[in-house]
Write a protein that binds this ligand. Structure first.
Ligand SMILES: NC(=O)c1ccc[n+]([C@@H]2O[C@H](COP(=O)([O-])OP(=O)(O)OC[C@H]3O[C@@H](n4cnc5c(N)ncnc54)[C@H](OP(=O)(O)O)[C@@H]3O)[C@@H](O)[C@H]2O)c1
Length: 295
């Protein structure tokens, strides 16, 4: 089965490539064309069209995204071009070439005023990033018949820019670390999401189809950012001066939902894949080489 992986240098892209490289069986099962931004800018529609026409992928896994939530408020056009418009075009091409589209969306499509969000709940993004990701969801739904959108949240990994790596870097500086304690969500290890993607692809290959649609996929348990930071430092046995603060004391350009906990039961029931437990992953990461992680 031919896979086209876009945004291959992001944390999810790298986590996915790591999964696909590991067992020899997977290498034989999947032929991968993995392209980073410099190799294929997804806003360059004619370049994307050429790749789709020449490679004819069975599945496109779109890990490319504009993920800088605060800068997006001042660069709305760029954010919407990458996350919204380009994904809409990609969906049309997937439809044209009969390719499965795997797309990733966010808990930030919700306004944070509910409890755990299901796929039935109404999206009402508070910021430009959330709006751009919702635009993509709607474009895919309107255009493409073979798609799975996984809404995920608080992605962390040993790759790229994420809260986990930021906390470890801040700990090395020995300063007071202030983290908000009134925004709740579900940390999700990118490796767990990548493993779920591989299982979906295997199922698609075996069955020739999937239960298409939109799903929530996030780690368990839900916590505040402050509690997440506490868990990171505890796993790494780091003594830091960590202070809980309210969002009101940490002004940001983008408004964030107070509660973006994702209910993942639909995904688990449909695909018989368990919700990942992120705390166990922290222990595993901590037992690896910390210098590599924070390098
Ligand atoms: N990170 C989170 O906490 C989080 C939470 C919820 C949902 N998600 C979603 O999960 C998915 C994966 O996120 P991630 O954390 O892996 O993001 P990431 O680490 O920021 O990776 C995104 C990748 O997309 C690339 N990219 C940006 N613009 C591009 C363009 N025009 N053409 C091609 N590539 C482009 C970036 O390239 P450069 O490396 O050159 O910048 C980067 O490598 C995204 O859809 C994101 O919206 C993420």
């Amino acid at each position: 089965m031919k896979l086209l992986i876009l945004g291959a240098n992001g944390q999810l892209g790298q986590a996915l490539l790591q999964q696909l490289k590991q067992p020899r069986q997977l290498q034989q099962q999947f032929q991968c064309l993995a392209l980073n931004r410099s190799q294929l800018d997804i806003t360059d529609i004619s370049a994307v069209t050429t790749v789709m026409a020449q490679y004819r992928p069975d599945a496109v896994i779109n890990c490319a995204a504009y993920t800088a939530v605060d800068p997006a408020e001042q660069q709305a056009a760029t954010c919407i071009a990458v996350n919204g418009t380009a994904v809409g075009q990609l969906a049309k091409l997937c439809q044209q070439y009969n390719s499965l589209l795997l797309q990733f969306s966010t808990d930030y499509v919700f306004n944070g005023q509910s409890s755990a969000y299901t796929e039935q709940d109404t999206a009402a993004p508070l910021n430009v990033y959330g709006q751009s990701k919702l635009q993509a969801e709607q474009a895919i739904h309107a255009t493409c018949s073979k798609y799975v959108i996984l809404r995920t949240s608080w992605l962390f990994s040993e790759f790229g820019h994420n809260f986990y790596r930021t906390m470890l870097k801040l700990a090395q500086r020995g300063q007071i670390i202030q983290v908000v304690n009134d925004q709740f969500g579900c940390p999700t290890y990118a490796g767990d999401l990548a493993a779920a993607i591989v299982q979906l692809l295997q199922r698609y290959q075996q069955q020739g189809s999937l239960a298409y649609g939109i799903y929530h996929f996030a780690g368990n348990p839900a916590v505040s950012w402050y509690q997440f930071a506490q868990a990171i430092f505890a796993a790494h046995q780091l003594k830091v001066n960590l202070q809980a603060i309210g969002s009101a004391n940490w002004p940001t350009l983008a408004v964030r939902p107070a509660n973006s906990i994702l209910d993942c039961n639909k995904f688990c029931d449909t695909f018989a894949i368990a919700i990942p437990q992120w705390q166990a992953v922290l222990q595993q990461l901590a037992s690896g080489d910390c210098n590599d992680i924070t390098a």
